[in-house]
Design a protein around this ligand. Structure first.
Ligand SMILES: [Zn+2]
Length: 160
């Protein structure tokens, strides 16, 4: 077994959207700015998987200055990361994550985000968990200027 952790943060702005979290598209009048489609949760999960597999980080494999990843669908990035981990002999067992967002209110979407994350990871629903924190008005996430995500992933060594 191998464990890895990941973190990511993206700036939040008023935009027609959609806001992408865990591969789910939320129409809430807000969007995340940044590399690819800004799916902060999938990026944290990608880094957790890469970390567990000893394969570096997302930025190394999908450089921000490379135009081809500019508006990339993060579900495709995750797919590539899972393939890389698979080639290295690892299979994803489960993912746990925390989204830190002062806005929008995500509580009613929590299960949908978790279900979407499970689909993206090829896992059964209970094996992809999503937790929510509002950060109580503190720092950029608490003030609703950004959304952050933390993730841990457990990989099973398929080679033995
Ligand atoms: Zn990111």
């Amino acid at each position: 077994m191998r464990i890895g952790q990941g973190f990511d943060v993206h700036r939040l702005r008023k935009a027609p959207g959609p806001l992408r979290l865990g591969g789910l598209q939320l129409e809430v009048g807000l969007a995340l700015v940044g590399h690819s489609d800004g799916d902060v949760l999938l990026h944290a999960v990608c880094d957790a998987i890469l970390g567990a597999a000893g394969l570096g980080d997302l930025g190394t494999h999908f450089p921000e200055d490379q135009a081809s990843w500019q508006d990339a669908d993060s579900r495709q990035l995750l797919k590539r990361v899972l393939e890389m981990a698979g080639k290295a002999g690892f299979r994803l067992h489960n993912v746990d994550s925390t989204i830190v967002a002062g806005r929008p209110r995500l509580a009613e979407h929590r299960q949908d985000i978790a279900d979407s994350l499970a689909r993206c990871c090829g896992l059964d629903a209970p094996l992809a968990n999503v937790k929510l924190k509002s950060n109580e008005g503190f720092d950029a996430t608490g003030r609703g200027e950004a959304i952050a995500a933390y993730a841990v992933a457990l990989l099973l060594d398929d080679s033995d």
